[in-house]
Design a protein around this ligand. Structure first.
Ligand code: LCS
Length: 393
């Protein structure tokens, strides 16, 4: 009987197959195409009558190992690795929406996901309604006869609101919608949406999954039936597949995901508690704090609260921007989930595709700051923040 592994073991061993050379680390298969024994074999592979690789846009051994690992971690039947997190979001949506269809999404999502929905999909006659997903009645009210997909992130980028996955899956079931959840901020080690009945999970693998800030990539996890369209129709034709080299780097990064996440979460909890008691900080958004709307789902939906914190200073916008500019240790950079602590200003950076009015509706204030708490010593991170906050007083 196959032993059932814990996630900390899965990140290292799941999806790995013994290779010809017996190398401990799977060799990188950096090849665009694959040679057939003869023309008949090529034809049989294209016809799906014989297994085997054809061309890396359609599949590659290194990419396949990453896909097996992510499917095992998320508890899905299959996975597809993509060129970016945005390619993963696009593939999941394009596979399930056609001209004339309608999508219901949470009003706060990553800025480019917002512009994909409101600008790109609109060009193809796909409508979107954005609502606050904390309110189940508002979601149901937004559903129309042509609604096909329900989409959200939880925790939300950038203000870390938490939505109830059981509630979203129940609504999707009631109205026969395909539910899609972006699990980037949690990773499958902290939250597994499929276990709550969600149909499709997507990730920006650029973030915690890779963890080292050197790759742009994404993952879609779903059923075999979904994957037939996502991978073998949409990604095949759109072409937004991952490079095998990037897949190999993510496989390397994933081996330490469990230990990295524990440190990210430990550090973020300490930093959030520090910020919350500081007189120059007016509001802290972190699901690990009792004051946060997501705290009640800790331990059930989410194992831990993650490594991202948003906060507002008791200061003008100009002072907040000066605070970022003068902060030591932190890099001013978008992205998250890296070893380095990062800070950014969502209104002018990650969420700049929103208009001022859309941002207000989404609860993203002009003075909101977001940090990705890195793997440095918590003491040093807090000291850097303390020095910066002292300058404000
Ligand atoms: N989904 C979420 C929740 C994200 O935060 C991002 C990127 C994406 C999807 C897209 O992934 P990508 O194509 O960049 O791999 N979020 C970013 C952020 O907050 N700062 O920089 C990028």
């Amino acid at each position: 009987m196959q032993q059932k592994w814990q996630p900390a073991t899965q990140v290292i061993h799941a999806g790995h197959e013994r290779n010809e050379a017996g190398a401990l680390v799977s060799p990188l298969c950096q090849s665009a195409t694959f040679v057939f024994d003869n023309a008949e074999q090529g034809g049989a592979r294209f016809a799906g009558a014989e297994p085997g690789y054809i061309y890396t846009r359609l599949g590659n051994p290194t990419t396949a190992e990453l896909e097996r690992k992510l499917a095992a971690l998320e508890g899905s039947e299959a996975a597809a690795a993509t060129a970016s997190g945005m390619a993963a979001v696009s593939a999941a949506l394009l596979a399930n929406l056609s001209h004339g269809d309608h999508l219901v999404a949470s009003n706060a999502v990553y800025g480019c996901t917002f512009s994909l929905m409101s600008s790109q999909l609109a060009k193809f006659g796909i409508q979107v309604t954005l609502v606050n997903f904390s309110d189940s009645a508002a979601i149901e009210y937004a559903i129309k006869p042509n609604t096909k997909v329900i989409f959200c992130e939880t925790p939300v980028n950038p203000h870390l609101d938490i939505y109830d996955l059981d509630m979203i899956a129940a609504i999707a079931n009631k109205y026969s919608l395909t539910s899609v959840v972006d699990n980037t901020f949690m990773t499958p080690l902290l939250q597994q949406p499929i276990k709550h009945g969600i149909d499709i999970v997507i990730h920006s693998a650029t973030k915690y999954l890779n963890g080292h800030g050197d790759v742009i990539a994404g993952i879609v996890c779903a059923s075999n039936q979904q994957m037939e369209v996502i991978k073998y129709e949409v990604l095949k034709d759109v072409g937004a597949v991952i490079s095998p080299h990037d897949a190999w780097l993510i496989l390397r990064g994933l081996k330490t995901l469990d230990v990295r996440l524990e440190r990210h979460c430990d550090n973020a909890q300490k930093v959030a508690e520090y910020l919350e008691q500081h007189s120059k900080v007016s509001k802290v958004y972190y699901p690990g704090l009792k004051s946060h709307n997501g705290f009640k789902l800790l331990g059930s939906q989410m194992r831990r609260a993650g490594g991202v914190i948003a906060f507002e200073l008791d200061a003008t916008l100009e002072e907040s921007i000066n605070f970022i500019n003068q902060l030591s240790l932190f890099s001013i950079a978008v992205s998250l989930g890296d070893a380095e602590s990062l800070i950014q200003h969502p209104a002018s950076m990650t969420h700049s595709p929103y208009s001022d009015e859309e941002r207000t509706q989404a609860g993203i204030s002009d003075s909101l700051l977001r940090i990705s708490v890195g793997l440095e010593s918590a003491e040093d991170i807090i000291q850097a923040l303390n020095l910066g906050l002292d300058r404000l007083t």
